[in-house]
Design a binder for this molecule. Structure first.
Ligand SMILES: [Zn+2]
Length: 93
């Protein structure tokens, strides 16, 4: 099929505001994992803060990092990444 479809493909999930009676009206994207169409809000596409500045800004809200300098927080992030990569199994792509 060339171009976009004539009818909008909707997200297949139901909104929480309607107590799960109304369908979400957003544009849906096909998901290979579930085999359903989900929008950007219901699909779990959020990546969280990606840049280092954004991460520091987000981590500043935590109580134990509130009064620390940027360098200390950077060090904390580096240690955390090391721990995570140690736990994860090596992925082959
Ligand atoms: Zn949706």
């Amino acid at each position: 099929m060339v171009g976009r479809p004539l009818k909008k493909i909707q997200c297949e999930s139901y909104t929480r505001g309607s107590n799960f009676t109304k369908q979400c009206l957003c544009k849906g994207y096909f998901q290979k994992t579930s085999g359903k169409y989900r929008c950007k809000f219901h699909g779990g596409f959020s990546t969280g803060p990606r840049s280092l500045e954004g991460r520091i800004k987000a981590l500043r809200n935590l109580k134990f990092l509130k009064n620390k300098t940027e360098e200390e927080i950077q060090q904390w992030i580096k240690n955390k990444i090391k721990q995570v990569s140690y736990r994860k199994k090596p992925s082959t792509k």
